[in-house]
Design a protein. Structure first.
Length: 268
């Protein structure tokens, strides 16, 4: 019933008060990486449903960089020569944002604009904070408990130094929110590893260490990082309400940027 109501609202939203058809807004194409873990794809679909519920009149599509259908080139081809904003479901800058997605967009007939990756952004911090509280993190703690506590922000990792800058900024924002140290760590391609970060914090007397899952969906890396937690581990960001709002924020931000017929990365 909710889906039928949403579709009806979409149809009514495309009709102006004088009965004429309104132009359809540029399509939102959410660009996911892709994964062999089936939980990833189901999580992404659920997130897109949240986005559609928030913006019923907006055409929302999905395209993958690899591993899952639909692949991004196929999604863009299906749009013909229409307008589209590509929002990477990625948490930092890196090769996919800088090379893979722009190259796929440039080869498509659609007129595209490329939004910034999701991170860093305060809405991500809201999602991370919410997931930690769900896992058992107590917002209020004694000073002695606070001195013994810390968080490892577990991310996928990238060889691009700007990705580490973005992850580090998110860690800083989360530390300000929690009032304890937050150390970025990586599952691959970058250092420190999650194990190394946990040992370093223990050497400083921080024995209540939580692992915050800085992944958009469940998968191998997220599972491996969570298993290393000496205390508690939060779930991936997934369908947290802040994630859907952030996807739409990046879409709106890209639309507000200068109009161009070539893929362009909006400012963070």
């Amino acid at each position: 019933m909710n889906r039928i109501s949403s579709q009806l609202a979409t149809q009514l939203g495309l009709v102006s008060l004088d009965g004429r058809q309104r132009p359809e807004p540029p399509a939102l194409v959410v660009v996911a990486h892709g994964s062999r873990d089936p939980r990833t794809l189901s999580t992404v679909h659920a997130l897109l449903d949240r986005v559609r519920d928030l913006r019923p009149g907006l055409p929302v599509h999905l395209g993958h960089i690899e591993l899952n259908e639909p692949l991004l080139p196929g999604t863009l081809a299906s749009l013909g020569t229409g307008d589209a904003v590509l929002v990477p479901l990625l948490l930092s800058r890196g090769y996919h944002v800088k090379r893979d997605i722009p190259e796929m967009a440039a080869a498509a007939p659609a007129r595209t604009r490329l939004a910034a990756p999701l991170g860093p952004h305060p809405l991500l911090v809201e999602a991370l904070y919410g997931r930690l509280v769900e896992a058992g993190w107590r917002p209020r703690m004694t000073e002695a408990t606070r001195r013994a506590s810390a968080v490892v922000l577990a991310a996928a990792g990238s060889r691009d130094p700007e990705a580490a800058v973005d992850t580090g900024r998110t860690a800083q924002l989360l530390a300000e929110r929690l009032g304890v140290p937050v150390v970025p760590a990586y599952a691959s391609a970058a250092t420190p590893t999650v194990d190394t970060a946990i040992r370093a914090l223990a050497a400083q007397g921080r024995h209540r260490v939580a692992v915050a899952s800085y992944f958009t969906a469940p998968g191998l890396f997220a599972t491996q990082c969570a298993e290393k937690a000496p205390w508690l581990a939060s779930a991936p960001l997934g369908t947290h309400p802040a994630m859907a709002h952030l996807v739409l924020h990046r879409y709106d931000q890209a639309l507000a940027a200068a109009v161009t017929t070539q893929p362009q990365l909006a400012s963070a």
